[in-house]
Design a protein around this ligand. Structure first.
Ligand code: PLP
Length: 391
């Protein structure tokens, strides 16, 4: 593999092509000119290797593709206008009517929507399994299983799948494996090297890193990516736009530095929360208390800034008061940006259905951003102070 610094600082950048500018230009063009009919004919025959029209290839996007594929240690990748589009293309490209998808339970919302709302119209079925046990994959495979869909760690409770073992099993049955790697980024987990066929991530999160761009990446072998380019990618037409690609190239420059900082701060926050009397449990894949800690250490080299903690609370209102009183940690979906974010599970349910005996109801997902650890901890203390007299 190329050095990380080479990938982020140099790979794909041909400065002689653009006045030796340090930062690559945003090639904001929809189409490209041809001098000879013969050249145009060649472009029509193979759009995967020619500048013809920016719904296909674009030079700014090309720089980004080279870097992202190298980070995943994949032969090639495509960059989409959202992570959801990357999921859609990867799945659609690998099923036909009558097929079955074996998926981990509670995959990302829009993967689940595709499985349950769109695919049944085309006679593609799905079953969900607890992916923490390899036996569940063995038992779940049907004669018509075309895809095993993975997300490791899963959002919110971070259940892992043994990627190497699942890839091996899938190969034996000629099943395509797709893994959502948004949680760990290609810096901290490389599913392709463990035998997974297609790996995707929401670049909206850590790759963009500044909460200003929505994008997605899909990596795999050259033959698979070329096939997806020529059909789903061109047809769905949701390839990333040059300006957004440029923002992601910019984000990549600081990715290792941001992740290092976030990793360090997150460990301090985990430690603070584990020792707080109002906290029942802290769930973080690289904490020794995590049920799959050994597997996490084996296949991930970092866990970035997401953690989930359970507050001791009898009432939904207590959790609401905690969140409402925070001054600096913002309440919002998503993660991976510069700013810390909190998301209480109870926001997704009617307050009257809140059950304090169901620990999931009392869970809050915290994303640790780039702020100072003390700044985040003092804000969490503001929240705990506000619920001091509430049960
Ligand atoms: C955010 C997210 C996605 C979807 O990405 P978008 O860029 O929002 O479309 C997919 N998977 C996971 C795990 C995510 O967190």
């Amino acid at each position: 593999m190329d050095d990380l610094s080479f990938i982020l600082n140099e790979l794909g950048e041909e400065r002689d092509d653009y006045f030796r500018a340090v930062a690559p230009p945003i090639m904001q063009t929809s189409n490209f000119v041809f001098a000879k009919v013969e050249d145009l004919r060649k472009a029509f025959e193979d759009e995967y290797s020619t500048w013809l029209y920016s719904r296909g290839l674009n030079p700014t996007v090309e720089i980004l593709r080279k870097k992202l594929a190298a980070l995943d240690e994949a032969e090639d990748c495509l960059v989409f206008n959202s992570g959801a589009a990357a999921i859609f293309a990867a799945v659609l490209a690998n099923v036909k009517s009558g097929d079955h998808i074996l998926s981990v339970q509670k995959p990302y919302t829009w993967a689940q929507r595709m499985f349950e709302v769109i695919l049944p119209r085309f006679h593609v079925s799905v079953t969900y399994i607890d992916g923490t046990e390899i036996e569940n994959f063995e038992n779940g495979i049907q004669p018509n299983t075309a895809i095993i869909y993975l997300e490791s760690p899963n959002s919110w409770f971070y259940q892992l799948q043994d990627l190497e073992a699942v890839a091996k099993l899938a190969k034996k049955h000629s099943i395509i494996t797709i893994c959502d790697n948004s949680h760990s980024t290609p810096l901290y987990q490389k599913p392709i090297t463990m035998g997974i066929d297609l790996v995707l991530q929401s670049a909206t999160k850590y790759i963009g890193g500044h909460s200003d761009t929505v994008a997605g990446v899909l990596s795999g072998s050259r033959s698979m990516i070329e096939r997806i380019f020529n059909s789903e990618y061109m047809n769905i037409g949701s390839g990333i736009q040059p300006f957004n690609a440029w923002l992601l190239i910019r984000g990549l420059r600081t990715l290792p530095a941001r992740l290092e900082r976030i990793t360090r701060t997150t460990l301090q926050i985990v430690d603070f929360l584990k020792n707080h009397p109002r906290v029942d449990q802290v769930i973080f894949p690289l904490d020794p208390s995590f049920p799959q800690y050994e597997l996490a250490k084996k296949q991930m080299t970092g866990a970035c800034g997401l953690l989930t903690f359970l507050i001791k609370a009898e009432n939904c209102k207590t959790i609401e008061t905690f969140c409402d009183s925070l001054k600096h940690i913002l309440m919002a979906v998503s993660w991976g940006g510069y700013e810390s974010l909190i998301l209480p599970k109870c926001a997704g349910m009617k307050p009257e259905t809140f059950n304090p005996n169901n620990s999931e109801h009392r869970s809050l997902r915290l994303y640790v951003g780039l702020e100072e650890a003390d700044y985040i901890i003092s804000d969490l203390n503001t929240g705990f102070e506000a619920i001091k007299h509430l049960s």
